[in-house]
Every structure is written in structure tokens, then in C-alpha cells.
Design a protein. Structure first.
Length: 217
């Protein structure tokens, strides 16, 4: 982060919960998680149902987990260099592409590629949320606000698994529900573009402005 930028002023929890910005993050988290976790739970069954051998289907699930770890490392590197909201958009679009590919996956290669995209996108996105909360609302309320977000994330994960299961029971296919989830993931990615910049001053403003008068050179 540029040395001319500062963390947000400390915002109380009750004030943060009344802000449009926080609820935008909640909607993004819910919309992104419902697709990725639903796909994760049903991944092996989905690929096996389409003729992919069980061992290869299980390998795709492992690849998804590995891609999630890589996504977190790469995301950390990107956050040091680019605006967090823009990085989030890219990760969500990658996850949306993976969900869409999985909707039509008929082979191990396509299933593996889709799994990697889902894992990479979801892993990185998970780490961006506390980063953004800290910079928009400060550190005093971070634990409470992030705990709330994790609760929403858990609800979305359960909802995604149930939706996909019900969709398959009703139609005998995961294709339609995955397509719809890919569209919803892309839609919440757009919401991230509406977030304001988290820095409270321009990068050109000298950091000396933060020093007490007695410490000015």
C-alpha cells in the first residue's frame, strides 16, 4: 500500500451495520459463496454423473483446494499493488467462469479447469473481505464485522449445497442451476465496482501531515 494512504477512521459496529458499503460486501460474499461452496459439495457427484471416473473426479476436488491456497497467496501479492475492489472483481469473474464451465463439463479436463478457477477465485476472495472491512471501517470493529460476514458465508454455503441438490432432484441435471449461479456471481462482481476508495487522502499528500506538530521537520 502506498505510504501516503491511511486506514479508515474507527467506525463503531452499529454505524457500520447501517452503512450501504457494509451491506454491499455482505451481498457480494453471499452471492460468491453460494456458487463456489455449492459446486464444491457436489463436484465429485456432478463429474461422476457425467461419466468422469471417480478417482479423477476426486482429483478435481483436490485441485480446487490447492488452487484456493494459491489464490490466497497471489491475492496477497495483488493487494500490495492494486485496488482491492478491482482485484475482487477479477477473482469473482474467474469463479463465475469456473461455475459456468462446470455447468457444461463432460470431461475430466473441463472439470479440472473449472475446479481450479473456482478454487482460485473463492480462495482469494475470502481474504479480500477482512482487508476491505479494516480499511473502510478501521480495526476497532473488525472482529465483530468479520464474524458477521463469516456467519453470512456459512449460510450461503449451506444454501448453495441445498439449492444444487434440490435442482438435481427436480431436473436430473446440475446444468441450469450452475448457469444461474455463474450469472449471479458475475452480477455481484459488478457491485464491487461501486465501492468507494478506502484511502482517506491522495497518494500525493505527504505522510508528514500525520505527525504531531512537534514532530514536523
Amino acid at each position: 500500500m502506498d505510504p501516503g494512504r491511511a486506514l479508515a477512521a474507527e467506525v463503531p459496529v452499529f454505524q457500520a451495520l447501517r452503512s450501504r458499503l457494509f451491506w454491499t460486501l455482505v451481498v457480494v460474499v453471499f452471492g460468491g459463496t453460494i456458487a463456489t461452496n455449492g459446486a464444491l459439495v457436489h463436484l465429485v457427484a456432478l463429474l461422476s454423473d457425467r461419466g468422469v471416473p471417480a478417482d479423477q473426479a476426486a482429483l478435481s476436488a483436490s485441485a480446487m483446494a490447492g488452487a484456493s491456497l494459491v489464490g490466497r497467496v497471489v491475492t496477497g501479492w495483488l493487494l500490495d499493488r492494486f485496488a482491492a475492489a478491482r482485484v475482487s472483481v477479477i477473482l469473482l469473474l474467474i469463479a463465475a467462469a469456473g461455475t459456468f464451465a462446470l455447468a457444461a463439463a463432460e470431461s475430466f479436463a473441463v472439470g479440472l479447469t473449472a475446479s481450479i478457477c473456482l478454487g482460485f477465485g473463492s480462495g482469494g476472495e475470502t481474504d479480500i473481505v477482512p482487508y476491505l472491512i479494516a480499511r473502510h471501517f478501521g480495526l476497532r470493529s473488525l472482529s465483530t464485522l468479520y464474524g458477521f460476514v463469516w456467519t453470512v458465508m456459512g449460510c450461503a454455503a449451506a444454501a448453495g449445497s441445498l439449492l444444487m441438490g434440490q435442482a438435481f432432484d427436480a431436473s436430473g441435471s446440475y446444468g441450469r442451476i450452475l448457469t444461474e449461479l455463474s450469472v449471479s456471481t458475475a452480477a455481484v462482481a459488478v457491485l464491487m465496482l461501486l465501492l468507494p476508495r478506502y484511502d482517506l487522502r491522495s497518494a500525493e499528500q505527504p505522510i508528514v501531515a500525520d505527525l504531531p506538530p512537534s514532530e514536523h521537520p
